[in-house]
Design a protein around this ligand. Structure first.
Ligand code: FAD
Ligand code: NAP
Ligand code: SF4
Length: 681
């Protein structure tokens, strides 16, 4: 066996006795929406096969319910359904016969968006759509039989194993926790009784599938719930599941309704793996760890610390299907890193089960629809603006064989990402910029920085020079019309973020969109960014990694260091402030800021700024905010001057990103639009 020089542990096979996993990189389970889509199995086959070719050792599919009440769409309970899954398993094993693929059996329990949902007790989840029906003895037996049937069908469909999810607030975990299991029969009460159902599922599944089939159990090693599982209970359950026949135990740090972020971008990389490390000391079976492991060096370090035997990377495999192969070949600088924004993945899943993709890689889950084929007719293209839209267009078009020149008036590529990366918690944005810089070099894009482009420059470049101009000039900040808007205490968000203007002790932020919240984060925080320091993160969110009280959080008070400023975040709408933020991350921003004492006021009409401060009407009542600084974060307008000039001169041009449409613009839309355009250019 050859030892890999950079990642000796990551590329060491794992022997399971009856089979071997070729390396320690696992693609974790994600529901993508392909499970329910038209041609979903063909699309899933292409999606997983691309990841198999990309070098991963084992893949876990998105969760598939074992029966109708356990989910809302896809399920595996009949031989006909098993036959459809064969499309996926065949594609993966054809792509690389050494790659294992296991199907996750997901019974959503009280979280199933289904009026027939069931649970140990009729306890409605805060985030569930329906109150579940309490299972009677017969109902429990039916669920057990359905798990067994589903696992047997997964084997028949060609999977190498199954993962049974016993965490996150889904059916099995609601048996485990006293607040969701109020039963007094043999399935409730003592922990021994509460764990009976999950252990019985594993025992019966193992009996049904035989010894040579991978059975993974996903356990909530720290569920982040007040009154959640105690450490002793986690250990007891893990040992029981091991004894019941699990091949591997996968640790999860989640209960969907727990108010602690566990995978968002402000969570430090590999923050939770220490918990897996502790559990690994008491078990014989291999352990999988997860959460915010997005680069190979992080994975290797986790393995080197002895925290786990296998490292799960889920969203990073959306962002870059070739992550593992690139690591193996020493091309780490080509990895398109997951920035943990959740914007195109989990926000879609939890925002009405929309199709999942990836902000930095819009091809994710569109493998059969969006392809960057080599062009038969290479053209000379000028791309003006090196923000996310211009970068995505330029690099994809060049990859396809076009000759691309990319201009920006700034001294570095990135556009607004150069502001975003300065916000504490958004340090991952540096990775996207590193990726694009590498792609510019790799695909031979000619980069011209410090060059403000106008129509004359493009014409002087040689009127015959460019076949087309792609205008990706982005936006200009909106300047509200207001008496005193030029007062010295009024500062633009750009100047505030770049530190070009002093910010006083008493601040009003005009506009509470994504940028208003980011500015509030920047000026309210103190000390190191939580995303870069696990101890700061734990303190800020009230997690005790050392003593592991129930759920990891029970009785621990969150403590946030603050800058000491008095900050008020204002908006005109009467909606709750922050309502438009991301579905899975907005609450973290609202909670962080309110814990730091940032006031949020809606229903504001701005009147004027003067030496006294910001004069407003709040819900029609006069209100003066006595502040030293007013930071304007009042949205953006498209910057189209260049495009209009080119149109006037009859020069062929196309708009993309913020220049195309500034309303509801974000990087997800800018990059996707640019990639779609470049794919057809
Ligand atoms: P821009 O990023 O604005 O880039 C336009 C580029 O064009 C600039 O580099 C500019 O210098 C250049 N340019 C303009 N005119 C000319 C010219 N005449 N000649 C040469 N060059 C020119 N989005 C998200 O999705 N998620 C986030 O978490 C997020 N956080 C953000 C945080 C902050 C603080 C900010 C400010 C923005 C954030 N955004 C976020 C928004 C995101 O950055 C923008 O939606 C995205 O950058 C728009 O991309 P773009 O390429 O269209 O425009
Ligand atoms: P935004 O989200 O549209 O918010 C603009 C804010 O300005 C709103 O609060 C709006 O609310 C207010 N506003 C609009 N017109 C105004 C006017 N004439 N006078 C005063 N206030 C006005 O835009 P943004 O904050 O500028 O962000 C730009 C884009 O970047 C957004 O689309 C956002 O999605 C993206 N972004 C995303 C993130 C993220 O974490 N996902 C972070 C930062 C930015 P009222 O009209 O109610 O006052
Ligand atoms: Fe990662 Fe964001 Fe892509 Fe989701 S959308 S995979 S969080 S980069």
């Amino acid at each position: 066996m050859n030892i890999h020089s950079r990642y000796p542990l990551l590329f060491t096979p794992l022997d399971l006795g009856f089979t071997q996993i070729k390396n320690r990189a696992l693609m974790g389970s994600m529901h993508t929406g392909l499970e329910e889509a038209e041609n979903g199995f063909e699309r899933m086959a292409a999606y997983f096969a691309e990841r198999a070719r990309g070098g991963v050792g084992m893949i876990i599919t998105g969760g598939i319910p074992p029966n109708e009440e356990g989910g809302f769409g896809a399920k595996l309970s009949t031989p006909e359904e098993a036959e459809q899954h064969r499309t996926v398993t065949t594609a993966v094993h054809t792509a690389d016969p050494d790659v294992k693929i296991c199907m996750q059996i997901l019974h959503m329990g009280a979280l199933a968006p289904n009026p027939s949902c069931v649970a140990p007790s009729a306890v409605k989840s805060r985030i569930g759509a329906f109150k579940p029906r309490e299972l009677d003895e017969e109902g429990i037996e039916k669920q057990l039989l359905d798990f067994v049937n589903c696992a047997a069908l997964a084997k028949q469909a060609g999977y190498d194993g199954v993962e049974i999810i016993g965490s996150a607030g889904y059916l099995l975990s609601t048996f485990l926790v006293a607040k969701t299991n109020l039963r007094t029969d043999k399935w409730g009460g003592s922990f021994e009784n509460r764990m009976r159902f999950p252990v019985e599922v594993v025992r019966r599944v193992r009996a049904a599938v035989g010894p040579n089939f991978i059975v993974i159990f996903r356990i909530a090693a720290m569920d982040m719930l007040e009154g959640g599982m105690a450490w002793e209970e986690v250990v007891t359950l893990a040992l029981a599941v091991e004894a019941a026949g699990a091949t591997i135990i996968s640790t999860h740090f989640c209960w969907h309704e727990a108010p602690v972020p566990t995978i968002a971008t402000m969570v430090p990389r590999a923050a939770f793996t220490q918990v897996t490390g502790r559990l690994r000391k008491v078990l014989k079976v291999p352990l999988i760890t997860s959460n915010r492991i997005n680069m190979p060096d992080v994975a290797e370090a986790v393995l080197a610390r002895g925290d786990a035997d296998i490292v799960s990377m889920a969203r990073p495999m959306l962002a870059d299907p070739e992550l593992v192969r690139k690591a193996f070949e020493g091309r780490e600088d080509e990895i398109n890193t997951c920035i943990a924004c959740n914007q195109a993945c989990l926000d879609h899943t939890f925002g009405g089960y929309k199709q999942v993709s990836c902000l930095v890689n819009p091809r994710a889950c569109r493998e059969t629809l969006l392809n960057y084929k080599t062009t038969a007719q290479p053209r000379r293209l000028a791309v003006v603006g090196a923000g996310p839209a211009g970068l995505a267009f330029a690099t994809v078009a060049a990859q396809r064989g076009h000759q691309v020149t990319l201009f920006d008036s700034g001294s570095e590529v990135g556009g607004q990402f150069n502001l975003a990366k300065r916000i504490p918690g958004k340090e991952e944005f540096y990775e996207t910029l590193r990726y694009y810089q590498r792609m510019i070099a790799k695909h031979g894009v000619v980069l011209r920085l410090n060059t403000r482009v106008d129509a004359a420059l493009l014409t002087a470049e040689g009127s015959e020079g460019f076949d087309e101009v792609i205008v990706a000039t982005g936006i200009v900040p909106r300047q509200p019309t207001l008496e005193g808007i030029k007062h010295p205490k009024v500062v633009s968000y750009i100047d505030a973020i770049m530190g070009r203007q002093p910010i006083g002790q008493r601040v009003a932020i005009m506009g509470a969109g994504g940028i208003g919240f980011d500015v509030a984060e920047l000026i309210s925080h103190a000390g190191p960014s939580a995303a870069m320091d696990c101890a700061v993160f734990a303190k800020e969110w009230g997690i005790d990694f050392v003593n592991h009280p129930r759920g990891g959080v029970t009785g621990v008070q969150p403590q946030s260091a603050t800058s000491g400023r008095t900050i008020t975040l204002l908006q005109r709408k009467t909606d709750p402030v922050g309502k438009s933020l991301g579905r899975t991350t907005g609450w973290t921003h609202r909670l962080t800021l309110s814990r730091r004492g940032v006031r949020m006021v809606n229903g504001v009409e701005y009147l004027k700024v003067d030496d006294a401060g910001l004069h407003t009407l709040v819900n029609n009542e006069p209100k003066l905010f006595e502040v030293d600084t007013v930071i304007v974060c009042a949205g953006q307008l498209p910057l189209r001057t260049l495009f209009d000039d080119l149109q006037t001169q009859g020069i062929k041009a196309a708009l993309v990103g913020g220049a195309f449409e500034a309303s509801e613009l974000d990087a997800k839309r800018a990059i996707e639009q640019a990639c779609q355009l470049a794919a057809s250019a």
